[in-house]
Design a protein around this ligand. Structure first.
Ligand code: GDP
Length: 305
């Protein structure tokens, strides 16, 4: 995903090799190149502005280490600042002290929520947990069935209003997503599952009804984590979508999905910075194993590799 950004940054640092000392002009020229590379990669303008001003300030500052040459020094600073915009430290799921840990998924339709539900369940199982899925996306005709398929593949139970219900049946009261969410969490508690993942409905764009529904579900189930899933390929819209969801459901963490795509990726780099929420997981393909815990430091190093 970040190949082009990565190449541009590496080329910029190459220009500094062999320099004994960096003048202010060298730093400015380098920062200008970094700014261009970030903007071309679709990183949001305010994020680029803050990023480059911090890199410039630190590069000109007194952080001179005898062990590093000037180009290594700038790479180190950029690496640390990239880690910061990606959320800083690795953030793990906060587990509930009593009863099941409730994880709610939110995001636009097609972002990758349902797929993530399967990936997350499989990963949680490998960590010794006993997850259960709850199908609250009653908007899309096939969403419940899709979650059931994912649940089967991950070998975890799925709580749904009616197994195999059709969209017409779901328009009946049993299709109230808030009631389903509440009942699903209760079922998980009774069946002694220690994690319950609640999949919610998305729309193609940010929509007041969808957001209100997500907000009501959040209020009803009091989740330990609300994960906002974002398609890393959506480009500049990512920032506004993330801000709207943050205002709507006050999410606690971000999942970058479709990081395997060949989009420029900068939008994905911006969402944590603009919302102040950490990226917790990355989704890197359609398979259940294409999933990883997100480590901001490793991602920063990968970009600068
Ligand atoms: P939802 O509407 O948010 O539940 O999104 P889905 O989970 O149904 O995913 C939408 C589409 O994106 C499906 O075709 C998935 O197979 C695909 N998808 C989900 N995650 C990834 C990913 O990390 N990489 C790729 N390439 N495709 C993905």
């Amino acid at each position: 995903m970040f190949n082009s950004l990565s190449d541009r940054l590496t080329a910029t640092f190459k220009n500094l090799r062999g320099k004994g000392r960096l003048t202010e002009a060298d730093v400015d020229a380098t920062v200008r190149e970094i700014r261009r590379a970030l903007l071309d990669a679709d990183v949001a303008v305010p994020v680029v502005r803050e990023f480059t001003s911090r890199v410039r300030e630190r590069a000109l500052g007194a952080e001179v280490s005898a062990a590093l040459n000037p180009s290594q020094q700038i790479v180190k600073i950029v690496n640390e600042e990239l880690k910061e915009i990606l959320g800083g430290e690795t953030r793990r799921i906060r587990l509930a002290k009593n009863g099941p840990t409730v994880i709610m998924l939110a995001g636009l339709q097609g972002a990758g929520k349902t797929t993530l539900a399967g990936k997350l369940s499989k990963w949680l199982k490998s960590q010794g947990h006993s997850p259960m899925l709850v199908a609250c996306d009653l908007q899309r005709p096939n969403a419940v069935t899709q979650l059931q398929v994912v649940g089967q593949r991950a070998n975890v139970p799925v709580f749904a209003p009616h197994p195999g219900a059709t969209s017409t049946e779901l328009e009946q009261p049993a299709g109230d997503p808030v009631a389903v969410a509440r009942a699903g969490v209760e079922e998980a508690r009774q069946k002694l599952h220690d994690v319950v993942i609640v999949d919610t409905a998305g729309r193609l764009g940010v929509d007041a009804d969808m957001m209100e529904q997500a907000r009501q579900i959040r209020r009803a189930i009091v989740p330990n984590e609300v994960l906002f899933v974002i398609d890393s390929m959506i480009g500049q819209d990512a920032v506004n979508t993330a801000l709207a969801f943050d205002e709507g459901v006050n999410f606690t963490g971000i999942v970058l999905s479709k990081l395997d795509g060949d989009a420029r990726g900068g939008a994905a780099l911006s969402v944590s910075s603009v919302t102040g929420k950490p990226v917790m997981f990355a989704s890197t393909g359609e398979g259940l194993d294409d999933f990883e815990l997100f480590h901001p430091d490793r991602m920063a190093s990968r970009i600068l590799d």
